[in-house]
Design a protein around this ligand. Structure first.
Ligand code: NAP
Length: 268
């Protein structure tokens, strides 16, 4: 029997409600240049379809992708056909991954091109959330390229519903949060340096997505059997956290993560 439907939280003041767990889809589209502890095979269409259907049954409505995740966007365009309105899709701009190499382009021109391409790949006329996929130079990207301004314009044109930035620094996270609807930051049992950004977002009603909540799987290798539960207890006790995007292609991991996330909320 599946656990109860996962609760939802608001993504800042955007009016977009998202499940406290989101589904990360790096592993649906890319198996090169990734930092997972174990090798894996990209799921075929039937497996991916079953995974997405399971996520939906668990109450997950948020799915995270990016142009840099191999063919993840194109696959979602097909896999979500007929159920598009049931999902909040988060994609990105700025990072391209080709022939085993990342390259970055944060210019407004590339941003507009990238959004049009994502709309086509995702087979939709509107993307719910778009984040700048930072290379680590968060502040410079915001100040020099005006990428967030370009996204604000695309929002006013109705091509995207919300925008923000996936950041890697505290200063960059704070600046991005100030200038957008929300951020995506790393927080896990081994790393809490970006907590000031999450606190700022809580105090200023900005959305927060957590990436690498399980340290890309390294958390689960710890001898502590409760490490996933401890992670979710830590994350969801913080009222600034809207959702944690966990990347799994294993259905039993997905179910157990949903059970643990729900338990964290019930125990609060
Ligand atoms: P993560 O969610 O911390 O960890 C994913 C890894 O944990 C997978 O290898 C998964 O393996 C394993 N895992 C998940 N649940 C498990 C469980 N219950 N027991 C054992 N292992 C488990 O890290 P991530 O994939 O790096 O990040 C998550 C998502 O965040 C990505 O998919 C992506 O959407 C997003 N992200 C964004 C950025 C950015 O810059 N914006 C960067 C990194 C990630 P199994 O498949 O075997 O379950």
């Amino acid at each position: 029997m599946l656990p109860d439907q996962l609760p939802k939280r608001a993504f800042g003041t955007t009016g977009i409600d998202i499940s406290i767990l989101g589904l990360g889809t790096v592993k649906l589209g890319r198996d090169q240049g990734v930092k997972y502890p174990n090798s894996f095979e990209i799921p075929d269409d039937r497996q991916a379809c079953e995974l997405i259907s399971l996520a939906r049954d668990l109450g997950i409505n948020l799915i995270d992708t990016a142009p840099a995740y191999g063919n993840s966007e194109e696959r979602l365009g097909t896999l979500l056909r007929g159920q598009r309105h049931q999902w909040v899709i988060c994609s990105k701009v700025g990072e391209e991954y080709e022939n085993g190499q990342s390259r970055f382009d944060f210019t407004p021109e590339h941003t507009r091109f990238s959004i049009e391409r994502s709309l086509q790949r995702l087979n939709t006329d509107m993307i719910d959330m778009v984040l700048v996929h930072s290379d680590g130079n968060d502040e410079a990207i915001i100040r020099q390229f005006g990428t967030l301004d370009a996204l604000a314009e695309l929002k006013s044109q109705g091509k995207i519903r919300a925008f923000g930035m996936s950041t890697k620094t505290v200063a960059g996270g704070l600046l991005a949060a100030e200038k957008s609807d929300g951020v995506m930051v790393t927080w896990n049992l081994q790393y809490d340096e970006e907590l000031p950004v999450i606190n700022y977002c809580r105090d200023h009603h900005k959305g927060v997505l957590i990436k690498k909540a399980l340290a890309s799987g390294h958390t689960t290798l710890s001898p502590d059997e409760d490490s996933v539960q401890k992670t979710f207890d830590m994350l969801f006790q913080h009222s600034g956290v809207s959702s944690a995007i966990v990347g799994t292609i294993n259905p039993s991991h997905l179910i157990s993560n949903a059970e643990k996330a729900a338990r964290s909320i019930k125990g609060m």
